[in-house]
Write a protein that binds this ligand. Structure first.
Ligand code: SF4
Ligand code: SF4
Length: 485
């Protein structure tokens, strides 16, 4: 008789119960006593159904063991030895996948000179200072970009338009123009456009704040924490820190712009890694609704690059802050640590990614002269161009990109339980590290798995102790990015 063995899952405990995260279905499954016992025995060695029933006969009736085995087989947590697991078919997205989010790089110029910047720093991929690309987007290109976005949004009623730079607000006139035009054109087509932007906050004048508030523009501020951390890398061209300039402007923005929650986006470096201190400062002392953290994208030899011990420290601090998040969520209180909220939302929705993000699919970046790229970080790079807003997307180039970047072809990731959520990680990070967008980001696997495990535990604990909290994530997910960085 055929023997049974464990299949692909990640097991963990939360709220005093056993759970598994099933890789093929990206589902979280609570184990009752019988399924825990079956998995426990199969962990020791593979065995037949009858051996299993015999070994567990003192604990559970044979019927219950049989039913449990069937259920675990259906969930693909266990399977028959010698029967190969169905290989996940390489499912390609449908042709003409609608564009959900267009990121418009209205300028590639910036009034800051952040040491680690991927646009101006040592790892830049486009020569934004001396290259041939226009420094500012024209109204004409903005108009063509909006037409492109509405055309490519297909049957979707809502399109997301995100403004980005350089420093976005250095081209405020074109941003205003694009918004006005997008609203008019969308209304004619029976569509709607949601607007957002990312800014370093240095140019937030009262009239700009008024405009953003009145027009319900979603705002993400790039800021690295209290003065000593902000001024470490986020400096003006003369080297002076930007904290004293941006802090009062952000406070004004938060006071006036209350129609949408405003978030901070923090770049973590080897020198600015005190995550709880940063979080406390940005939420309690400045007043941000939420804070998202990301490690700096850089080649490994830069002094600000986070090395292995830095990732360990980062994980420990993320876990501590995630526990604060859990305590708040158990009492239905808001907590603004957006990294954990974003991940548990993906877990709840059973997201299993063929691609790490929407870049080149539902999300595209447009450079100042109208070239369409994978995302905003590649905007202006000829090597990562998918078309132009005038001529549209080159479908052959896009299909080739999607073929080559599918998770099914990332052999390094094929045995990793975190792949439904990670899918190899950011293309831009991979390009900066390895010079290839298709390479998985193997330098941070331990960190990704540690963080995913933490979020799974938080999700499972919430599902046991406050399942109502998770109902906010019930609606369908689509690739979108209302804030980008
Ligand atoms: S990059 Fe690493 S963590 Fe991510 S899916 Fe691949 S192997 Fe897993
Ligand atoms: S995750 Fe990386 S590749 Fe994807 S949209 Fe963000 S920056 Fe671009």
């Amino acid at each position: 008789m055929s023997e049974l063995a464990l299949r692909e899952f990640h097991s963990f405990q939360a709220g005093g119960k056993d759970f598994v995260y099933l890789v093929p279905s990206a589902a979280v499954f609570e184990l009752d006593e019988a399924s825990s016992a079956v998995i426990g025995r199969l962990r020791e060695r593979s065995m037949s159904r009858s051996d299993l029933a015999r070994q567990l006969s003192a604990l559970f009736p044979a019927d219950e063991v049989r039913e449990t085995v069937s259920e675990l087989m259906r969930a693909r947590a266990i399977g028959e030895v010698g029967v190969p697991e169905e290989p996940a078919p390489k499912q390609m997205p449908p042709e003409n996948f609608p564009l959900t989010t267009m990121v418009l790089n209205v300028t590639n110029q910036c009034n800051l000179s952040c040491t680690y910047c991927y646009e101006y720093g040592e790892d830049k991929i486009v020569d934004t200072e001396n290259g041939k690309k226009s420094k500012f987007m024209s109204e004409e290109t903005a108009r063509e970009s909006v037409d492109f976005m509405l055309r490519e949004s297909g049957q979707n009623r809502l399109a997301h338009l995100t403004f980005f730079g350089g420093e976005t607000l250095m081209n405020f006139p074109v941003l205003k123009f694009a918004m006005r035009y997008a609203r008019e054109r969308a209304a004619e087509l029976g569509k709607e456009v949601d607007f957002s932007l990312t800014t370093n906050a240095t140019l937030l004048r009262p009239e700009i704040i008024e405009f953003l508030a009145e027009n319900r523009v979603g705002v993400t501020i790039s800021i690295d924490g209290p003065k000593e951390m902000q001024d470490e890398f986020r400096v003006f061209k003369n080297g002076s820190g930007s904290y004293d300039i941006v802090a009062p402007k952000i406070r004004e923005l938060l006071k006036r712009h209350r129609s949408r929650p405003i978030g901070a986006r923090v770049t973590l470096t080897s020198r600015t890694l005190d995550i709880r201190k940063i979080y406390k400062h940005l939420t309690e002392e400045i007043g941000f609704w939420e804070v998202g953290f990301a490690p700096v994208t850089t080649s490994p030899d830069r002094k600000y690059a986070i090395a292995n011990e830095g990732f360990d420290s980062m994980l420990g601090q993320f876990q501590a802050l995630a526990n604060d998040f859990l305590e708040a969520a158990l009492e239905n209180r808001h907590h603004g640590f957006s990294n954990v909220k974003d991940t548990i939302e993906e877990i709840h929705k059973g997201v299993s990614k063929a691609y790490p993000c929407g870049a080149g699919l539902g999300l595209m970046g447009v450079s100042t002269d109208g070239d369409v790229a994978l995302c905003h970080r590649f905007a202006g790079s000829d090597a990562h161009k998918l078309g132009t807003v005038r001529d549209g997307i080159d479908r052959l180039v896009q299909i080739d990109f999607l073929e080559k970047h599918h998770i099914a072809d990332k052999t390094d990731c094929s045995k990793c339980w975190a792949r439904p959520l990670c899918s190899g990680g950011c293309y831009h990070e991979a390009y900066t590290r390895y010079g290839e967008t298709a390479r998985p980001n193997l330098h941070y696997c331990e960190w990704i798995r540690g963080w995913t495990d933490t979020c799974l535990k938080i999700y499972a604990e919430l599902s046991v102790r406050n399942p109502k909290y998770l109902e906010q994530f019930d609606e369908k997910v689509e690739y979108e990015a209302s804030s980008v960085s």
